[in-house]
Design a protein around this ligand. Structure first.
Ligand SMILES: [Zn+2]
Length: 216
C-alpha cells in the first residue's frame, strides 16, 4: 500500500508510522533519514545535497525528488511505502505525482493526523528529554521513576528549547502554510482520510487501520 502520513509536530506521526510499518510490511521513509543515508553513503545525490547543507541552505526540490524516486524503487518497497514529511509543499506534491505515476506507485491514501491545539500544547510542553541519552518522558504519562532523572542512564532531564507554546505556534503556522495546501491537493483527488490523533495511541491506530482497510 502506498501511504502518505501527515500531521503537525506532536501529532504522533512517529508512533503511528512504527505501527503501520509492522502491520503492513512496508518501509517508513522520511526525507530526513533519506538525506542522512545518501550523505553517509556518499551517493551522487548525497554529494549534491551535502553541498547545500554544508552552507546552511535548503536542499533543492529536484535533489529531494530524485532521492525519493530512487528510494521507492528499492526492493523493500515492493509492497508499498509509508512516506513521512514528503511532499512538504504543493510544488513537491505536483512533482511527486508525476514521479509516482511514472514508477507505477501512485499514492493510494493520505492519512492526515489532526490534533486540537490544546492537546498539542499539553503533549509538547509536558515533554522531558534526557540530556544524556535522549530518552523521552512526559509529565502526564510516561514519568521517570525518580523525578527529573532518566530511568535509563540517571542523567538530568530537561525541556527542549523548542518545546514551548511560542515555538509550537510558529511550527503550527509553518505547517498550515506549507502542508495544508498539500492536503487540500490530495483531498480533491479523494485520497485524504482525516484521523483524530488527539485520542490515545490504540484509538488512533484503530482509526488508521480502518482507513487503510478500505484501501486494501
Ligand atoms: Zn538517559
Amino acid at each position: 500500500m502506498n501511504i502518505l502520513i501527515m500531521g503537525p509536530a506532536g501529532a504522533g506521526k512517529g508512533t503511528m508510522s512504527n505501527l503501520i510499518v509492522k502491520e503492513y510490511d512496508i518501509p517508513h521513509i522520511s526525507t530526513g533519514d533519506m538525506l542522512r543515508e545518501n550523505v553517509k553513503n556518499d551517493t551522487e545525490l548525497g554529494k549534491k545535497a551535502k553541498s547545500f547543507m554544508d552552507t546552511g541552505r535548503l536542499v533543492p526540490d529536484d535533489v529531494i525528488n530524485a532521492m525519493v524516486e530512487k528510494r521507492l524503487q528499492q526492493p523493500d518497497c515492493s509492497k508499498g511505502y509509508l512516506l513521512d514529511g514528503y511532499p512538504r509543499t504543493l510544488v513537491q506534491a505536483k512533482a511527486f505525482e508525476k514521479i509516482a505515476d511514472s514508477i507505477g506507485k501512485p499514492v493510494e491514501i493520505v492519512l492526515a493526523l489532526e490534533v486540537e491545539f490544546d492537546i498539542l500544547v499539553d503533549r509538547i510542553t509536558g515533554r522531558r528529554v534526557c540530556s544524556n541519552c535522549g530518552a523521552i518522558y512526559h509529565i502526564h504519562g510516561h514519568m521517570p521513576k525518580q523525578a527529573g532523572k532518566c530511568d535509563k542512564c540517571g542523567a538530568d532531564l530537561m525541556i527542549r528549547k523548542d518545546d514551548t507554546v511560542e515555538q509550537l505556534k510558529v511550527r503550527m503556522k509553518d505547517y498550515e502554510n506549507s502542508t495544508k495546501p498539500v492536503i487540500d491537493y490530495y483531498a480533491k483527488a479523494g485520497k485524504v482520510t482525516k484521523i483524530n490523533a488527539g485520542q490515545n495511541q490504540r484509538e488512533v491506530f484503530k482509526e488508521v487501520n480502518e482507513a487503510l482497510g478500505k484501501v486494501a
